[in-house]
Design a protein around this ligand. Sequence first.
Ligand SMILES: Nc1ncnc2c1ncn2[C@@H]1O[C@H](COP(=O)(O)OP(=O)(O)OP(=O)(O)O)[C@@H](O)[C@H]1O
Length: 375
Amino acid sequence: MSAPALELDRVSKIYGAKAARPVRAVDAVSMSVAKGEIVALLGSSGCGKTSTLRMVAGFETVSEGAVRIAGREVNRVAPAKRNVAMAFEGYSLYPPLTVRENIAFALKSARLPREEVARRVAEIAHLLEIEPILDRYPASISGGQQQRASLGRALIREADLHLLDEPMGQLEPALRALLRGRIKHFVKERGLTAVLVTHDQTEANALADRIAVMEGGVLQQFASPAELKDRPANLFTGTFIGEPPMNVFQAQARAEGDALRLGLGEGVALDYPAAGFEPAVRETILKRGRVTLGVRPHAVRLDPAGAPAEVAANQWLGDQSHIAASFAGGTLVTVEHDRARLRPGDRIGVRFEPADLHVFDGETGAALSHGGRAA
Ligand SMILES: Nc1ncnc2c1ncn2[C@@H]1O[C@H](COP(=O)(O)OP(=O)(O)OP(=O)(O)O)[C@@H](O)[C@H]1O
């Protein structure tokens, strides 16, 4: 079996290691990216995703651990010798060359026939909608056009790895959405391996086979978009992934005969018959006692016989209603696909099916169960 396209083996980045207060920007991150896979590094500002990508590219030294590309450790290999194609902010186009020449540069250096170069440049320019600016110089085009030109320069190359740092950060939403689909198709069709950095989960979901969720320099979970949504490894991933965010409530678990009773704030109690949870999961939850309950807004059911809540706001977004309600001493958000006729002050009942419940350890935040099954 051939080596993974990229392996990070307990990789850390410490800035100012000798300074009074060193910053551990990336903390023992391990992951393996298969050939042909598209992976997104996703997280909020400062989580360490760019530092991780820059270590893979060779723009930053690796403080601890090993980076391997196609089976070769590259910790001390110069960026140009890593056989990676990059689209990075600040890794700019060559000013004396036109956009066309910039994009064609690597292919010309590889001595590809002229017609082949022209064909590939035309194809990529069409894909990225930059045909009209091919003969312009970088200084005379907009930031968004420059970004697409550098993306073209990276994508046109054959390399072990394509590294893309916020590749569409400067583009209009409509163009982003269009290019996402085209880029994914292009990368997949050619079997390229791509690692991209983004803080936009829609982009990560649309492009990536797997997403590496980072926070505080630590890899929180590395999984497919569906798995991140259905089986978040911890409370951080649970609340970070998904829009609107998952509702969370502190709960006290106790046995009520065969049923599992989850006591929330303000005397709200949710009872689940034994059938709702695997016996071992029920045991774990009871042993923990204090747990955090998570339920996604799309999964909240409105039911007059359910637990009492009071509508605080109801917003129609054109295709769905977002309803915020006071519930168990906190706020609960639900999404309804119809235009819900609810007004602030209305009393409603809400119900969470066992299949839709995520239960996390009340102290560590580690997931205990999803849909009544062990996490
Ligand atoms: N050259 C540097 N020197 C010192 N600290 C740095 C340096 N570069 C980044 N950091 C710090 O390391 C942490 C991670 O930064 P990094 O840029 O990797 O995060 P990020 O998730 O990519 O954020 P953003 O999306 O804002 O770029 C932050 O706390 C940042 O302030």
